[in-house]
Design a protein around this ligand. Structure first.
Ligand code: F6R
Length: 607
């Protein structure tokens, strides 16, 4: 993962590199570092932990220079400590890297045999030594790049600086993203447009296998065959404005509260409530002839895919398979001719999902993506891009991206159900009208959080929590458990309510919290039986249901939260809110780092 940046300009580059790193911290925050060149000498500052620590170091011991590179790390190889923090240096060479050099052990052995001394446990250090090895042989920057690329296996985005070339940065990408920014008397290289947007809107995305030599007013780009190529310069739509928390304590709190608004925006891109017409993009295939849809994603986005399976199969009678990206890629799955694959990703950069997309393309599937970052690699490599209009999601735990994904997926299911003749106009209109009302209903749920906080106060003492849901709400139980564990570090598991009795029920003991996601629907009576089974074993049940569901219970769970009544197909979107609130407030009770939980990163760009 990690975020990387490089800059060459007329003035000191350090404030710009820091600004870029602030915007890249979502990619990792185990350590941060910057190297610059001053009078032909490499100067480096690094700090373990978040960028704020590096900023403090720089205040105490400032750094200057009009060429430099920076890094924010999510540790893969080697502990998240100072010694392993990038940039890594070898004599006059300084390197920042995002990705994993898979053959680093072999290179390490070769380099040690040539006399190099390894100082870190990282895979990246070998790149610095390899560059020095070729530099010592008198090779030019172009020749060095060609030589190292031949020897590197794995995924990488690299920015390299050599003290003997104070006017040149070198860059390369394979599987990890990298963009070049064209400024006024300055050039930039960065992991994404977000990092570069405050400095320039003129961005060129490197393609897989590309490498580049960048000077203060030029960039020479070469493809994987070492042929010089032009890559278009686009005006990025990414805003350079600083994204703040406003009146909220955390980005997550802000993003939870933005949901009514961004769901409204997203829905209006796919549905016109006045005419009742769907506004889906043109497809390169006919959904009535589609033999199968394969949905692939990771984490929370995968749970959105799971909900979509219920909608697409139930409404559109379309066979759907949902797979975890990291599994799908290597499973040798059977994909029918003329099939389509849908990739769901907030960031559009999750490497597992991207690799799965490339595999699906190789086996001739139509490629659809559902992304929040519209200039992302996944979006750029898709035939059709569906966009969630959630706006930048900064908090590591996904909230508004998930619910907007669900809105788009339900709209798609209704549209295809109608086209495939399984849903008449009237029923489609009912679902879409109810979906249009969702922002108002969500705002009601968010209005008063006193009882969520009280419940979280109790949950914060738990060691284990179980989440149960059935049908469309089973993925919401999984999402609830994921949110709780990643934010509060409490062990939590989500199960299909009916699966409980097949094993997990053995975990239940006196006082164990069990969160039941159970709106009143066609499966409610069965879920109510599972609730009884949990109560009978002393569990402290936290019930999320509506008036009708609560009325039908003759038991008394420890906590009952009455949710507004919505159409059963829409319930998973609405019930995402309470599971987010429970996790958020529990994390606050425990005092964990809500926006940047330990060991995580917002964009997971390693396999
Ligand atoms: C959990 C969370 C992660 C992401 C996952 C996929 O709150 O945010 O599980 O959903 O890493 O990320 P994207 O959607 O960017 O591909």
């Amino acid at each position: 993962m990690c975020g990387i940046i490089g800059m060459i300009g007329a003035n000191s580059v350090v404030p710009y590199i820091l600004e870029g790193l602030r915007r890249l911290e979502y990619r990792g925050y185990d350590s941060a570092g910057i190297s610059t060149l001053v009078k032909g000498v490499v100067n480096r500052r690094r700090a373990e932990g978040k960028l704020a620590k590096l900023e403090k170091k720089l205040k105490d011991k400032p750094l200057t220079g009009n060429i430099g590179i920076g890094h924010t790390r999510w540790a893969t190889h080697g502990a998240p400590n100072l010694i392993n923090a990038h940039p890594h240096v070898s004599g006059p060479v300084s390197v920042v890297h995002n990705g994993i050099i898979e053959n680093h052990k072999k290179l390490r052995t070769d380099l040690v045999a040539s006399g190099f001394v390894m100082e870190t446990d990282t895979d990246t250090e070998v790149v610095a030594h390899l560059v020095k090895y070729y530099h010592d042989q008198g090779l030019s920057p172009e020749e060095i790049m060609r030589s190292i690329i031949e020897r590197l296996n794995g995924a990488y985005a690299l920015v390299i600086m050599i003290a003997d070339y104070p006017g040149t940065l070198m860059a390369a990408r394979k599987s990890s993203p990298l963009a070049i920014g064209y400024g006024n008397e300055a050039m930039f290289i960065g992991s994404d447009a977000l990092a570069l947007a405050p400095m320039t809107r003129r961005i060129s995305y490197l393609e897989d296998g590309d490498w580049a030599i960048v000077g203060q007013d030029y960039s020479n780009i070469y493809n994987a065959e070492n042929k010089q190529v032009e890559r278009p310069i686009n005006l990025t739509e990414v805003s350079g404005a600083l994204i703040g928390k406003g009146k909220y304590r955390h980005f997550m709190d802000k993003e939870i509260h933005e949901q009514p608004e961004v769901i409204g925006y997203t829905l209006s891109a796919f549905y016109d409530p006045n005419s009742g017409r769907m506004k889906m993009p043109e497809l390169p295939f006919d959904p009535t002839l589609l033999p199968k849809l394969t949905i692939i994603a990771a984490g929370t986005s995968y749970y959105a895919g799971m909900v979509a399976k219920y909608w697409l199969e139930g409404l559109a009678r379309l066979p759907v398979e949902v797979d975890i990206a990291s599994e799908f890629r290597y499973r040798n799955s059977v994909l029918p001719k003329g099939g389509a694959a849908l990739f769901i990703s907030q960031s559009g950069e999750s490497l597992d999902t991207l690799m799965a997309l490339r595999h699906a393309r190789e086996v001739e599937q139509h490629i659809i993506s559902l992304v929040n970052v519209s200039e992302s690699t996944i979006a750029r490599e898709s035939d059709i891009v569906l966009k969630t209009l959630a706006g930048p999601e900064i908090s590591v735990a996904s909230t508004k991206a998930f619910t907007t994904q669900l809105v788009v997926l339900l709209s798609l299911a209704v549209d295809w159900a109608h086209k495939r003749n399984f849903l008449n106009k009237k029923v489609s209109a009912t679902i879409m009208t109810e979906l249009s009302r969702l922002p108002i209903t969500m705002a009601e749920v968010l209005a008063d959080q006193g009882r969520w906080k009280a419940c979280a106060h109790e949950l914060a003492l738990a060691k284990d929590v179980i989440y149960l849901g059935r049908g469309l709400n089973f993925p919401i139980a999984l999402e609830g458990a994921l949110k709780l564990k990643e934010l509060s570090y409490i062990h939590a598991e989500g199960y299909a309510a009916g699966e409980m009795k097949h094993g997990p029920i053995a975990l239940l003991e006196e006082g164990m919290p069990v969160v039941m996601v159970a709106p009143y629907d066609e499966w409610f009576e069965k879920t109510a039986s599972n609730l009884k089974e949990a109560l009978a074993r002393g569990a402290r049940v936290i019930l999320l249901s509506d008036k009708e569901g609560i009325k039908r219970l003759d038991d008394e769970p420890a906590w009952v939260f009455e949710m507004p009544k919505v159409h059963p197909l829409i319930a998973p979107i609405l019930y995402s809110l309470p599971v987010q609130l429970i996790a958020y407030h529990t994390a606050n009770e425990k005092g964990t780092d809500v926006d940047q939980p330990r060991n995580l990163a917002k964009s997971v760009t390693v396999e």
